[in-house]
Design a binder for this molecule. Structure first.
Ligand SMILES: *Cc1c(COP(=O)(O)O)cnc(C)c1O
Length: 396
């Protein structure tokens, strides 16, 4: 076997393959240039066109475009009625923004552990956490696999809570025949460059609820009752500011990029599925790792391909495997350090180590392999070669 790059051998690749990356082509560039030279750089017609296209793609009545996925979560929390003193249940195994949206509204995030197999939040644990009251549940479609949405909706119904689905990973995923974005009360998306499609920075909230959609449009625009376009139509200058709001608007330049990206989204999603299937096949015989779970009633959008190391079959821990793969120029990553471990959560319930046995144990074994639609078959083969080389060298 060839020497590991970590030990001075030749790396599998000469340049780093990132774990995620955007796809931008000439039609995207033309769309952005056209928007830049149009009458509106912001709050113009491209925003509405993008919102209509996104709502139609997910099968929801409304889509509200905002400046990023974190803003989308904040807007959704406000629309769900999350206020100071409330409790919001979320998963420990996510990006920090899923929990912070509660804190932005003065509420307290409360964690509930995940399923061992899917790494999405466990409804039984959520129900326990809701017993002391919860205004909202923020569930995360980890790696692109939809959460147990029907079970979570049933809990919301019984407990009077609102279901916010953080689908930052899950543009284009499906749950029991429905597209993510049409199922939960509020679904939030991120349009960051590593996600399925991008506007540079950007976010969207989808809902079928008319009142929540109106409230979200105001909240992203300072809480102002009439938009500039509506005032112009009425030849009026006056408006009221009904509630505290923010400037979370997405520009027309970004929405033009979003529209151009949406035309290619089905192709991006198909390529992600194909790469995931190629990894599944090429790694099937390795006893040193476990491949991502699949569920018969839902399809992942494959934002991430996360394997779990079988540490009892390896002579080293995740840290050295990670370093060895990086040395081979494979841009592996780890999603995520458990949120309650971050020092900013000190003092909130369940913060620190030792409270979330499944999320914490699985965290020690997680490793994200590169996966994005621009990867060539040769890139995919490099990942497989490097994983086999490194795990082979550390097999007991
Ligand atoms: C990316 C991401 C976000 C935040 O999105 P931004 O657009 O970066 O603000 C929120 N939640 C999860 C799970 C994410 O992966």
């Amino acid at each position: 076997m060839s020497t590991l790059a970590l030990h001075g051998g030749a790396p599998v690749r000469s340049a780093l393959l990132p774990y995620g990356r955007q796809m931008i082509d000439d039609t995207d560039v033309s769309a952005v240039v056209a928007a830049l030279t149009s009458d509106f750089l912001t709050t113009g017609p491209a925003v509405e066109r993008f919102e209509r296209a996104f709502a139609s793609f997910v099968g929801a009545k409304h889509a509200v475009a905002v400046s990023n996925g974190t803003a989308a979560l904040h807007v959704a929390a406000a629309a769900a009625g999350v206020r100071a003193g409330d409790r919001v249940v979320t998963t420990p195994l996510t990006f920090v923004a899923s929990a912070n949206c509660a804190r932005y509204q003065g509420a307290t995030p409360v964690f509930a552990d995940v399923h061992r197999d899917t790494l999405t939040i466990d409804p039984a644990q959520v129900d326990d956490a809701c017993r002391a009251g919860a205004r909202a549940i923020v569930t995360v479609d980890y790696a692109g696999l939809p959460s147990d949405l029907d079970d979570l909706l049933a809990i919301c119904q019984a407990r009077g809570a609102v279901l916010i689905e953080d689908a930052a990973h899950a543009v284009g995923a499906t749950y029991r025949g429905r597209t993510v974005g049409s199922v939960a009360h509020l679904t939030t998306f991120s349009l960051h460059p590593v996600k399925q499609m991008t506007t540079g920075e950007g976010g969207v909230i989808t809902t079928n609820d008319d009142a929540m959609a109106t409230a979200m449009r105001r909240f992203r625009n300072h809480g102002i009752t009439l938009t500039a376009a509506e005032r112009e139509k009425r030849h009026a200058w006056a408006y009221d500011v009904e509630d505290l709001g923010y400037n979370y608007r997405l520009t027309d330049v970004q929405c033009a990029l979003g529209l151009s990206q949406m035309a290619k989204l089905p192709g991006y999603l198909a390529r992600r599925r194909d790469i995931a299937a190629a990894f599944d096949a090429a790694l099937a015989d390795l006893p040193t790792l476990e491949r991502p779970a699949r569920c018969a009633d839902r399809d992942s959008s494959w934002h991430l391909y996360v394997v779990r190391l079988n540490l009892d079959r390896l002579t080293t821990g995740r840290a050295e495997i990670f370093a060895a793969l990086r040395a081979e120029n494979i841009g592996v990553n780890v999603h995520y350090v458990p949120v309650p471990w971050h020092s900013t959560f000190a003092g909130t319930p369940g913060a620190g180590r030792g409270h979330w046995p499944i999320a914490e144990a699985e965290y020690e074994r997680l490793l994200t392999l590169p996966l994005w639609p621009g990867m060539s078959d040769a890139d995919v083969a490099d990942v497989v070669t490097a994983v086999r080389k490194v795990l082979g060298a550390f097999t007991k």
